[in-house]
Write a protein that binds this ligand. Structure first.
Ligand code: S3P
Length: 418
């Protein structure tokens, strides 16, 4: 896969309408739910990125048939107990934390130990955050260094429901516990700090016995044993995290306008819109509608005359978790000092994004201070990357930009109008 996008030419003011590729979180969840459905589920606009392809390979290893044809995917679900657990099975989650963590919830009842491996970056990430709650159900884990991949999970046939407080605001942990609860007799109760809620919404569309009570700062989720998952045909809406790159491009351009069609604007994902609006970027959500419980809209972005600095409320952190790196670029061009607080979780991603954020900004001549998960960015509206050849330095190792792009293969977007 091509990993670098180099824009050599100056971008002239533009007026474009684009369509982005499908949402990563929805694509992986659709693959996993459909693998356990009773019958054939079809999706359109499934994200064809490496993370989603890894999810497809994983369910194939578990004995599920998949047909991929252009952007249409058919999954021949084998029923809730349909996985073929063989001896010495190895599942490779590659670079995907979402796959690696969510699938553990579904493997909670394996009859043989299953090994989960990942690439170099995934192997450095924390899996104890999922193995801890899943052990409480009765599964046994062995992890490298007690917290990393490779790990083996040995499930149990005598699962006990649990009560758990998910305090990191991690949708991956929450979803793994929901999946495990779906396989367990009795009621599993989760008190979860707010995070993206696609698993809950998909469960609702599938009419699974999972209920959610929304409180101010957390959700109370009750999960009962699932007997049957119906087929789910899904037209995956566009990914706001992929769209974010083009939203920011417009925010940093002059006299430009962009429309991005059919974007998933689920409330738990629109931190970037709220933050950029506060910074002076005009963003309109047009043609709002609901599709399978997810809110969808066409986004219209106009480049602003001036960018204002922001003291970013931490309550927006989880809804912009994959977008902060590029939000920092907007702060770099704002007229004043911006502050982003309580972002320790950013260092738990594919690469330590907060550290990289600071490195990248330094490379382009922007002053920052970093302490205890908070970053202060001293914006400079007159920054000129070309003049000082900053962009040449930047291109050497913008690691954290890759990792956000990589999981979504965002350079495979389709221009619909020009
Ligand atoms: C995701 C949750 C987030 C996000 C990731 C996708 C998901 O991770 O960063 O890209 O689909 O559940 P955490 O749950 O670790 O915050």
């Amino acid at each position: 896969m091509q990993k670098t996008l180099i824009i050599k030419n100056k971008i002239n003011p533009f007026k474009k309408t684009i369509l982005m590729s499908g949402d990563k979180s929805l694509s992986i969840r659709w693959v996993l739910f459909s693998s356990l459905a009773d019958g054939i589920s079809t999706s359109k606009n499934l994200l064809m990125s490496e993370d989603v392809l890894a999810a497809i390979k994983a369910i194939k290893k578990l004995g599920v048939k998949v047909e991929l044809n252009n952007k249409t995917c058919k999954i021949y679900g084998k029923g809730i107990n349909g996985y073929n657990y063989k001896k010495n099975l190895i599942i490779n989650a590659e670079n995907s934390g979402t796959l690696g963590r969510l699938i553990l919830g579904l493997l909670i009842n394996t009859t043989y130990p299953i090994k989960i491996v990942g690439d170099k970056s995934l192997s450095k990430r924390d899996f104890k955050r999922v193995s801890d709650p899943l052990s409480k159900f009765g599964a046994k884990f062995k992890l490298k260094n007690k917290k990393n991949l490779p790990l083996t999970i040995h499930g149990s046939r005598h699962l006990k429901p649990i009560r758990y407080y998910e305090g990191k605001g991690s949708a991956q942990c929450k979803s793994a516990i929901i999946f495990a609860g779906m396989r367990t007799e009795g009621a599993t109760l989760i008190k979860a700090k707010k995070s993206r809620d696609h698993t809950e919404l998909m469960s609702k569309i599938l009419r699974l016995p999972i209920s959610v009570k929304k409180r101010k700062n957390y959700d109370e989720i009750k999960v009962k044993k699932v007997k049957k998952i119906p087929v789910l045909n899904y037209n995956i809406p566009s990914d706001i995290s992929s769209s974010a790159f083009f939203i920011v491009l417009t925010a940093l351009s002059k006299k430009s306008e962009l429309i991005i069609k059919n974007v998933n604007i689920n409330h738990s994902r629109i931190g970037i819109i709220k933050i950029l609006k506060k910074m002076g970027v005009k963003i309109l959500s047009k043609n709002q509608r609901f599709y399978k419980g997810e809110k969808i809209a066409d986004l219209k972005i106009k480049s602003p005359k001036n960018l204002k600095p922001i003291n970013c409320p931490s309550s927006l952190n989880s809804s912009a978790i994959d977008e902060f790196l590029i939000i920092f670029l907007v702060a770099a061009k704002a007229n004043g000092v911006s502050l982003f607080k309580n972002l320790e979780e950013l260092n738990q991603k594919e690469s330590p994004r907060l550290k990289w954020g600071q490195k990248i900004l330094k490379k382009i001549g922007i002053k920052t201070t970093l302490s205890n998960g908070s970053i202060k960015i001293f914006g400079n509206p007159n920054i000129n990357l070309k003049k000082k050849n900053y962009y040449k330095k930047l291109l050497k190792r913008p690691q954290s930009f890759y990792d956000v792009c990589y999981s979504r293969s965002i350079f495979w977007w389709d221009m619909v109008y020009s």
